[in-house]
Write a protein that binds this ligand. Structure first.
Ligand SMILES: *Cc1c(COP(=O)(O)O)cnc(C)c1O
Length: 364
């Protein structure tokens, strides 16, 4: 069986360096907000082409903290794609603000900029863009709309570490960006983890306070904050893995290019590159197939594990009962038809050739 993602295998490459880094943390006696966070945040901000980064406990918290720092709350509306991972919406809801869902483009799966303006009201405060599957959203158009209506632009980069939009890294494209270091992401820790990246110094200071109980210094609180920090152990591991992220992403791209060039099956819709000057991070390689269950069973029986990101759209989830009657036909079609092939740096050339042959042999 070719596994969809073998996390043990992914991390095995870094074992020796991770062991050294963890010993350093253990020996230091500092397990939170220490040198590892300092070094990682500096390096990660630089990787993202931004000035500042601060750790958070996970990606959901990173988005929540940005929204909280901007002060968006009850009654404020935040525009976000209808086909994102539910965390993007939960981050808005938890702050009391209202997620306003916008259909994606069927070609890129990212928010359709032409569908945004009709959803803007006097209450709209921000656009939370999601660079879904590792491909950056159509930022020129989105930033133009944001400027016209004076909206904040927040990037959900949980699937886009190392992606670029016309040469500029994800994380440097809006007012602030949230990253996740969940183990399966392109840059994954060995536990939950997250970060906020921004060029805005004041915003960064506020988020740093908010994430640490609202403390401006020890035992002095200027905000009603939360506890959301990246552990020193995670920061140490991420410091090791960040050095190899560009190489790992280059291997993902090689695999994706191989699939794009060699999968030739009229029953399968391949992913489209939205902009040739941009760089896809290939968090996941998504196909569309009309009889998905049959396709998944076929691949499974031939020894290829696949995954569906995600089977049920957020507006059809029980958690968002109030949206269950809304209709987002493109989002629903996408959720019905998408399926991801394995696409990670540990796959061998032999495995990806095998996957292509199996996909091409599918007859429906
Ligand atoms: C993974 C993910 C998140 C949440 O990150 P966690 O670290 O799991 O909380 C948010 N948004 C998107 C698009 C994601 O893929």
């Amino acid at each position: 069986m070719i596994k969809f993602l073998d996390l043990h295998n992914i991390n095995e490459k870094y074992r020796a360096e991770i062991e050294i880094a963890l010993k350093e943390v253990l020996d230091s006696g500092i397990y939170l907000l220490g040198k590892q966070n300092e070094v990682f945040c500096k390096n990660f901000a630089e990787f993202c082409g931004a000035k500042y980064a601060v750790g958070a406990a996970n990606g959901l918290d990173a988005i929540k903290l940005i929204i909280k720092a901007f002060g968006f709350s009850a009654g404020d509306e935040i525009i976000t794609p209808a086909n994102t991972f539910i965390a993007s919406m939960l981050a808005i809801s938890e702050n009391g603000a209202v997620p306003v869902l916008v259909e994606p483009s069927l070609d890129t799966y990212n928010i359709d900029p032409n569908a945004i303006e009709q959803k803007i009201t006097s209450k709209t405060k921000a656009i939370l863009v999601v660079h879904l599957y590792g491909q950056t959203a159509d930022m020129d158009k989105i930033l133009e709309i944001a400027k016209k209506y004076n909206l904040v632009v927040i990037e959900d980069c949980a699937q886009a570490h190392g992606a670029k939009y016309k040469g500029k890294p994800a994380g440097s494209l809006g007012d602030a960006a949230a990253f996740s270091f969940y183990p399966a992401k392109n840059l994954g820790a060995l536990s939950d983890g997250g970060a906020i990246v921004t060029n805005n110094e004041k915003l960064l200071e506020k988020i740093s306070c908010l994430a640490n109980y609202g403390a401006i210094k020890k035992y002095e609180y200027i905000y009603k904050g939360v506890n959301s920090r990246l552990s020193e152990m995670s920061a140490a591991i991420l410091n090791v893995k960040l050095k190899y992220l560009s190489l790992d992403n280059a291997r993902r791209k090689q695999i994706a290019d191989f699939y794009l060039q060699n999968i030739k099956n009229p029953l399968v819709v391949l992913p489209k590159i939205s902009c040739p000057e941009s760089e896809h991070a290939w968090y996941t390689f998504v196909l569309r197939v009309s009889n998905r269950q049959k396709f998944q069973d076929y691949l499974n029986q031939k020894g290829v594990e696949t995954l569906i990101y995600y089977p049920i759209p957020p507006h059809k989830q029980e958690a968002y009962r109030e949206w269950n009657n809304l209709s987002f036909p493109i989002t629903e079609k996408i959720h019905r038809e998408i399926i991801s092939l394995p696409c990670n740096p540990c796959l061998t050339d032999g495995q990806i050739e095998q996957i292509v042959d199996i996909v091409n042999s599918y007859r429906g």
